[in-house]
Design a protein around this ligand. Structure first.
Ligand SMILES: Cc1cc2nc3c(=O)[nH]c(=O)nc-3n(C[C@H](O)[C@H](O)[C@H](O)COP(=O)(O)OP(=O)(O)OC[C@H]3O[C@@H](n4cnc5c(N)ncnc54)[C@H](O)[C@@H]3O)c2cc1C
Length: 462
């Protein structure tokens, strides 16, 4: 099969402009946000309707051509890299918010809608869509569902899964299927909807989602606390949780990240601090004031060197910038930035950060760590240069050591970025043989020919 064959075969299904086959056009669709993984697809197609998705998938099945779904390629585990060639099916022209239903507090959107646009549409109606991946200005809601993305408000509000009521999907044979319902309660049979959330494009293609919304919290306050010892920051987090307070955001930056962010965003962070916690409370104004006062007291009791409560929304945004710009700030240091993603039980956080520091020293690589402390979800970020082969060997060893340390501490190999290609070598070890085989059986029953995003999450036995 050649690219011209694809154009010829799909020419009656898609407009000419919605099929890319020239090499220079294909290159950007061969990688995602994962620094070191790339492959070239045979062609890229941009369907504009579910029917077109279905027609493309039917053709691909007959022609035995792999199909890799793609939102906006911000994934951080290599999920949309077309390792087996074939078609990249890019959903970002399905970009319509279909309906916002105030009576039922739901929003229906096509898969290619950018996450921020969902948040903004809800906000404009006085409602709230809580999941907020750091990439929300560019990632698509279909990609968020496929990865079960988390975000900065995960501690209080959970992740994408907690907001998906239903969805429309195109299955491997091209049939169109609706999963879930608009009902708040629905326990009819196995939850196929839940199976699809986090399935990374390996079971079918999400074309539309129905999301739950919440009433918008009426108040929000932000607080930034700095610590001379990382253990004190971790102890503060435990104390906040133990006090029964659930902030909506509880984020962490280590010393190296603080320095980079300050150089980049000039937020006024103390660059000699060992750790910074960014904490946000939201809800009813009186409750929020109460929570912030309590959190401030706990920070001081745990030796915070400074505690700054934002006086107004503008200052809150400035403080939040400290966390939101972490990745961009670090990315300026070395040519290649590898954003790792492991989660440990919260009680293991301080020890896990010490593990990461020891691993960086042992393997002689630069690692900065930030993340969602409240969720136990850390992003050790490796600052490297993919052109330096010797260094990349050390980086690989460091990544393996980080993942093994997380598992040894009762953690998981990925808290939100998914398995994709990057975490594939570690999955069986986390799940054990029986669960791993069950996942493969599920994949086989949805996609017997193995044509949907092949090579991701696990390989299938021949
Ligand atoms: C700076 C930065 C910050 C980030 N912060 C976060 C964060 O805070 N939390 C977090 O969880 N992630 C984060 N990410 C990772 C990434 O943004 C998410 O994984 C996001 O959900 C990917 O969306 P996308 O539209 O770009 O999907 P893509 O990268 O295009 O695809 C991701 C996966 O989903 C599949 N897929 C995409 N669309 C569909 C569809 N319609 N149907 C079926 N499968 C599909 C693809 O095949 C692939 O396996 C961040 C990434 C960057 C670059």
């Amino acid at each position: 099969m050649t690219a011209p064959d694809v154009r010829h075969a799909l020419g009656s299904t898609l407009a000419d402009a919605d099929i890319l086959t020239e090499i220079e056009d294909l290159i950007p669709y061969g990688f995602d946000g994962t620094a070191t993984l790339k492959e070239r697809p045979l062609a890229v197609v941009f369907p504009r309707s579910t029917k077109q998705v279905s027609a493309v998938v039917k053709w691909a099945r007959e022609a035995r051509v792999p199909v890799v779904s793609r939102g906006n390629g911000t994934g951080l585990s290599g999920g949309s890299v077309p390792v087996a060639g074939g078609l990249v099916l890019c959903l970002n022209h399905l970009d319509r918010i279909v309906e916002l239903d105030r009576a039922n507090l739901t929003i229906r959107a096509q898969a290619g809608v950018v996450t921020q646009d969902i948040f903004a549409a809800a906000d404009a109606a006085g409602l709230f869509y809580p999941p907020d991946p750091g990439s929300m200005k560019i990632s698509t809601i279909g990609g968020n569902v496929a990865e079960n993305s988390g975000g900065l408000r995960g501690l209080k509000y959970g992740v994408t899964r907690d907001y998906v009521l239903g969805m429309e999907v195109v299955l491997a044979d091209g049939s169109i299927c609706r999963l879930g319902t608009a009902c708040v309660k629905d326990v009819a049979g196995y939850s196929l909807r839940d199976l699809f959330i986090g399935s990374e494009g390996t079971l079918g293609i999400v074309t539309e989602v129905l999301l739950k919304l919440l009433p918008r919290p009426t108040a929000r306050r932000t607080l930034l606390a700095t610590f001379a010892a990382m253990d004190e920051a971790a102890a503060t987090v435990s104390a906040i949780i133990a006090a029964g307070i659930v902030p909506c955001t509880l984020e962490f930056l280590d010393r190296r990240t603080i320095q980079c962010v300050e150089d980049f965003a000039h937020v006024g962070l103390p660059t000699d601090a060992e750790a910074v916690l960014l904490i946000e409370a939201d809800g009813h104004p009186a409750a929020v004031d109460d929570e912030v006062a309590h959190i401030e007291k706990l920070c001081r009791e745990h030796a915070a060197t400074t505690v700054r409560v934002a006086a107004d929304a503008a200052e809150a945004t400035r403080l939040a910038t400290a966390r939101r710009s972490a990745f961009s700030a670090l990315a300026r240091l070395r040519p290649t930035t590898i954003l790792e993603d492991v989660t440990v039980p919260r009680s293991e956080l301080a020890a896990m950060i010490r593990d990461v520091e020891a691993i960086a020293l042992k393997h002689d690589v630069q690692i900065a760590t930030f993340g969602h402390f409240g969720d136990g979800n850390l992003h050790p970020t490796i600052l490297t240069d993919e052109r330096d082969t010797a260094e990349m060997h050390r980086v690989e060893a460091a990544i393996t050591a980080i993942v093994e340390a997380a598992l040894a501490r009762g953690g998981t190999i990925t808290g939100e970025h998914g398995v994709g290609l990057a975490k594939k070598p570690f999955l069986r070890r986390q799940l054990g043989d029986a669960s791993y085989s069950l996942l493969q059986l599920v994949k086989r029953s949805f996609d017997p020919d193995g044509l949907l995003n092949p090579g991701k999450i696990f390989d299938l036995p021949a």
